[in-house]
Design a protein around this ligand. Structure first.
Ligand SMILES: CC(C)(COP(=O)(O)OP(=O)(O)OC[C@H]1O[C@@H](n2cnc3c(N)ncnc32)[C@H](O)[C@@H]1OP(=O)(O)O)[C@@H](O)C(=O)NCCC(=O)NCCS
Length: 341
C-alpha cells in the first residue's frame, strides 16, 4: 500500500486527506446537531484545537493506519468527514459527519459507502461496524444505505447529555453482497423490518363440541395446544410439532379455521395466530397422551359455556367466534378474537 493517503472519487463526491489549509474553512461548520450526537460542546473548536486534530489524523494514518480520516468534498467544497478506526485485527469502526449546508442529499451515505469499499480492498478489513443512537434516524439510514445491517441493540450501554441511552450495532462483512445489488438491499431491509411473532394452534373438539385445552404450568389461563412457529417453519407444521412435544400425540392437522391478530398482551408484542382444525384423536390415542411436564400440568375437555374464567379474554372471544360460526364455515379473519367484517 502507498505511504500516501489516497483520494477516493464518486462523481461530485471526493474523499481526500485533511490538510491544515482546511482548518478555517471547516471550523465554524461545527453545529448543534454534531455537538448533540457526539456529546461535545456546541461552541466551535478553536483554530489551534482544530489544527491539532487535523495533525492527529496524519499521525493516525502513519501509525499503521490505526485510524483513517477523510475530508468529504462535495463539488470541491468541504462537506463533512468520515473515518474508520481499527478496533481489532480486521475490524474497523466507522464514524461520519456531514456539515449542515450539505445534509439531506446523500453525501454521508455515498461517502461512507466509498470509505467502506476502500477499507475492504485497501485496508484489508473483513468487517466494518458502527454504533448509532437509535434516535439518530439520519445516521441509522446512512449506515443502512452504506450496506451495514442492523445486528442488535445494546440496552442502556451509553450516556448522552447525562442521560442513559441505548446503542444500535450495525455491521457489514467484506463478502456481504454490495448495497446496490438486489441481495444486498434485501439483506439490509430484512435486518430492520419488524419481526412479528406467528403462533400456530390446533382446535380439537370431541363429538359433544367440547374443546381440548391445556393447563400450562407457567400461566394461569388454559390455552389451545400449539405454540410459537419456529423460524423457517410453516404454521401448520408447528401445530403438529407442538402437539407431539406437549402431549406426545401424533395428529392430523386439517383446514385453517381462522387467522387472529393478537394485540399486545402482558408485556408481549402483537402477534398473528393461525388456528387449525385438528382431527379428533381416537380414544386409544388419547389414552397414550403423555404430558410434557415442564410445560403442561393437565388437559381438559371444556364446553363453550365453561370457557369464561378458564381462558384469557382474547381467547374466549376467539373460541366464541369459532363456535358461533357454525359447522363448515369459511376461514375467519379475526382481530383480537372478533370477526374483522
Ligand atoms: C447523520 C448525518 C451524517 C447524515 O448526513 P447526510 O449527508 O444528510 O445523510 P444523507 O443525505 O446521506 O441521508 C442519509 C439518510 O438519512 C436521512 N436523513 C437525513 N437527514 C435526516 C433527518 N434530519 N431526519 C431523518 N432522516 C434524515 C435521509 O433521508 C437518508 O435516508 P433516506 O434516503 O432513506 O431517506 C448528518 O445528519 C450529521 O452530520 N449529523 C450529525 C453528526 C452525526 O450524527 N454523526 C453520526 C454519529 S453516529
Amino acid at each position: 500500500m502507498s505511504d500516501e493517503q489516497p483520494a477516493l472519487h464518486d462523481g461530485d463526491l471526493r474523499l481526500r486527506p485533511w490538510t491544515v489549509a482546511d482548518v478555517e474553512a471547516t471550523r465554524l461548520l461545527h453545529d448543534a446537531e454534531i455537538a448533540h450526537w457526539f456529546d461535545v460542546a456546541a461552541t466551535p473548536p478553536t483554530s489551534e484545537h482544530h489544527r491539532s486534530w487535523v495533525e492527529q489524523t496524519h499521525a493516525e494514518w502513519s501509525d499503521a493506519r490505526a485510524k483513517v480520516t477523510f475530508l468529504v468534498e462535495w463539488r470541491g467544497a468541504p462537506a463533512g468527514s468520515v473515518d474508520v478506526r481499527r478496533r481489532s485485527d480486521g475490524v474497523g469502526v466507522l464514524s461520519w459527519v456531514t456539515y449542515a449546508p450539505y445534509r439531506g442529499r446523500g453525501v454521508a451515505s455515498r461517502a461512507v459507502r466509498l470509505l467502506v469499499d476502500w477499507a475492504f480492498t485497501d485496508l484489508g478489513l473483513r468487517r466494518v461496524e458502527a454504533e448509532v443512537n437509535p434516535l439518530n434516524r439520519a445516521s441509522l439510514r446512512t449506515a443502512l444505505w452504506a450496506g451495514l445491517r442492523r445486528e442488535g441493540l445494546l440496552r442502556g450501554n451509553t450516556t448522552l447529555g447525562g442521560e442513559v441511552h441505548d446503542t444500535v450495532v450495525l455491521g457489514r462483512l467484506a463478502d456481504d453482497p454490495a448495497p446496490g445489488t438486489r441481495e444486498g438491499f434485501t439483506a439490509m431491509l430484512d435486518s430492520v423490518l419488524p419481526t412479528k411473532r406467528v403462533i400456530g394452534q390446533g382446535l380439537i373438539r370431541d363429538a359433544a363440541g367440547n374443546v381440548l385445552l391445556c393447563e400450562p404450568v407457567y400461566k394461569r389461563d388454559w390455552d389451545l395446544p400449539g405454540g410459537v412457529v419456529d423460524p423457517g417453519e410453516p404454521p401448520r407444521d408447528c401445530v403438529a410439532r407442538e402437539i407431539r412435544e406437549e402431549l406426545a400425540l401424533e395428529v392430523t392437522v386439517g383446514r385453517l379455521l381462522a387467522t387472529n391478530w393478537l394485540a399486545p398482551w402482558l408485556g408481549w408484542g402483537d402477534a398473528v395466530l393461525f388456528v387449525y382444525e385438528v382431527e379428533t384423536p381416537t380414544p386409544a390415542a388419547l389414552a397414550r397422551v403423555r404430558l410434557l411436564e415442564r410445560e403442561i400440568r393437565a388437559v381438559h375437555w371444556v364446553a363453550p359455556h365453561e370457557l369464561s374464567g378458564r381462558v384469557a379474554p382474547y381467547n374466549e372471544r376467539m373460541l366464541t367466534s369459532l363456535a358461533s360460526a357454525g359447522a363448515g364455515h369459511a376461514t375467519l379473519e379475526l382481530a383480537d378474537g372478533l370477526p374483522v367484517r
